[in-house]
Design a protein around this ligand. Structure first.
Ligand code: BG6
Length: 524
């Protein structure tokens, strides 16, 4: 995906930005590593889980790949009375434990020279004043050029306070020509109204083009590959429509439970946690039209357009389902139900499984249901997008010959076994004629020698580069809530969700959504 406004079509003559003759020297060559300019990153919530497991390791991986500027600075902001050295020790452990790339002392030492910690609380100007001073000091000491991104890895209730203090203490303005950006983690509100309020709060302090909303699924290689698969090939796009596609299933299944996450998850639930953001974004990438180029503006315009044409299939009682895991077996381990997990209200009505049906009202997709489901403590961890094709209009075979023939399918395996599978019927050798489903496979591990970067590596780098393609705009967030709000309201009025046993594939109600039209969920 390229920088805004830089799309150039093949053969298009350039004038003011003439393409150099050697494409390897062209700075716009998207195959070349992109290196961030002078900058720093401030993390709020730096001792939290996300920061420990993903953000700090991703910063280390970027440093290890040589993609950060020499004077890069990472500033942690938190309540602890840590010295810079204590913070560096903490960050080092995070990188050692969780980084994707090997730990190298020389890389670490260079990164550690730019590590700082500022003690402060979110509701107190003093800490922010110290932060402002630290940012100026780093500009002089390390040459950050006054460019900083503020990563809010904190509960959304704290966004307003933090944004306000950043503003009043001058942290949001730097020297002329510098930039200040804010990165916000989901949840972007808990319904449409709160999302709008949140957008207003952040918008009062930061311009929209300085706001980077993280949806880490968009940072995954396999998710960006949806665009390559669809728009770089001739094979798929001609059948990517209601004439050929019967329905689409988007699944994000996890085998983990929710122990230890009660503070965040209880009262939030699977639909808000995952469908509102990750799954609706995946759906938009599968359903959208071809963008004019890969600029942020063009991509966001297409995603927004398709979301505007999308609605919830009705009635909700027949097209959506939710569930909550009860105890059960995950492999050989007996695991507790949600309400027995530490910190959850025994009468919690929080859903740990959610499924909805969406319809896209345009010529391409009329009549094609998009089924979205997610759940915790399911049979196994798998995220995939299955485009299920219609059956052939006529089969010149005896029915016994095609008893084992299912629907043709194109399955984008987002994780863990990253790749793409094409499923179709093939003759079973040795029989007169028996047709059975077979799979044709592309696996990242076999096709490419390099391992894929973590989503957060890509996204943090994009923030520092000011490259917004992979970050949803506020309108996308609002449209997602518009789709989800009616379901959430209906569920709220219904009390306890249906229970499903841990280790299974979710509540019966979810199977019924598809069974009504003679379909079934895939069992990945
Ligand atoms: C997060 C959700 O956004 O994504 C978690 O809040 C979920 O509940 C996680 O476990 C899954 O991310 P990944 O990248 O492991 O699929």
């Amino acid at each position: 995906m390229s920088d805004a406004g830089r799309g150039r079509r093949n053969g298009e003559a350039g004038t003011e930005n003439a393409v150099p003759t050697n494409p390897l020297r062209d700075p716009r060559d998207r195959r070349l590593p992109r290196i961030a300019g002078p900058s720093g990153l401030v993390i709020f919530g730096v001792t939290g889980d996300l920061s420990k497991k993903k953000l700090i390791p991703a910063v280390y991986d970027l440093a290890n790949r040589g993609l950060l500027p020499p004077g890069f600075s990472l500033i942690g902001f938190g309540r602890r009375k840590w010295s810079h050295e204590e913070f560096a020790d903490f960050a080092r452990e995070c990188a050692r434990e969780k980084a994707r790339t090997p730990f190298r002392e020389d890389v670490w030492d260079q990164l550690a020279a730019g590590l700082r910690f500022v003690t402060g609380t979110f509701d107190d100007d003093e800490g922010f004043t110290r932060l402002a001073a630290q940012l100026s000091a780093l500009e002089a000491e390390r040459g950050t050029a006054g460019n900083y991104a503020f990563y809010l890895s904190i509960p959304p209730d704290d966004f307003p306070t933090v944004c306000r203090h950043l503003d009043t203490t001058g942290c949001t303005t730097g020297p002329d020509g510098s930039w200040r950006r804010v990165v916000i983690e989901k949840p972007f509100g808990h319904d449409l109204e709160s999302a709008r309020e949140l957008n207003d709060v952040v918008g009062a302090v930061f311009r929209e083009d300085s706001v980077f909303r993280i949806d880490h699924y968009l940072g995954k290689e396999t998710v960006q590959n949806i665009l390559a698969l669809r728009f770089a090939n001739q094979l798929f796009e001609p059948v990517w429509n209601a004439n050929h596609v019967d329905h689409v299933q988007i699944t994000m299944a996890e085998d983990i439970g929710l122990g230890g996450r009660a503070g965040y998850y209880d009262g939030i639930g699977a639909a808000r946690d995952v469908i509102q953001n990750h799954l609706i974004q995946l759906m938009a990438l599968v359903a959208m039209e071809e963008p004019t180029d890969f600029s942020a503006a063009a991509l966001r315009a297409e995603k927004t357009k398709v979301l505007e044409s999308t609605s919830l299939a009705l009635p909700i009682s027949e097209t959506a389902a939710r569930g909550q895991y009860a105890d059960g077996w995950q492999g050989s381990e007996h695991v507790a139900g949600l309400t027995e997990e530490e910190g959850y209200d025994p009468s919690s009505t929080t859903e740990t499984y959610a499924a909805i049906t969406l319809e896209v009202h345009n010529r391409r997709w009329a009549g094609v249901p998009f089924y979205l489901r997610t759940g915790k403590r399911l049979g196994r961890r798998v995220t995939e997008i299955a485009v299920m094709f219609r059956r052939a209009p006529h089969l010149p075979f005896d029915t016994t010959m095609t008893q084992e023939l299912g629907q043709n399918a194109l399955v984008i395996r987002v994780q863990p076994d990253e790749g793409v599978t094409l499923r179709f019927g093939s003759k079973v050798p040795g029989t007169a004629m028996e047709v059975r489903d077979v799979n044709m496979d592309f696996a990242y591990g076999e096709a490419f020698t390099e391992s894929s970067p973590e989503a957060y590596e890509r996204l943090i780098l994009d923030v520092l580069l000011g490259e917004p393609s992979l970050f949803p705009v506020s309108r996308e967030v609002e449209l997602s809530w518009m789709l989800l709000d009616p379901v959430l309201r209906e569920w709220e009025s219904q009390g306890t969700p249906e229970k499903y046993q841990a280790g299974t594939w979710g509540p019966r109600g979810a199977d019924e959504i598809l069974a009504r039209s003679g379909r079934a969920w895939r069992r990945p």
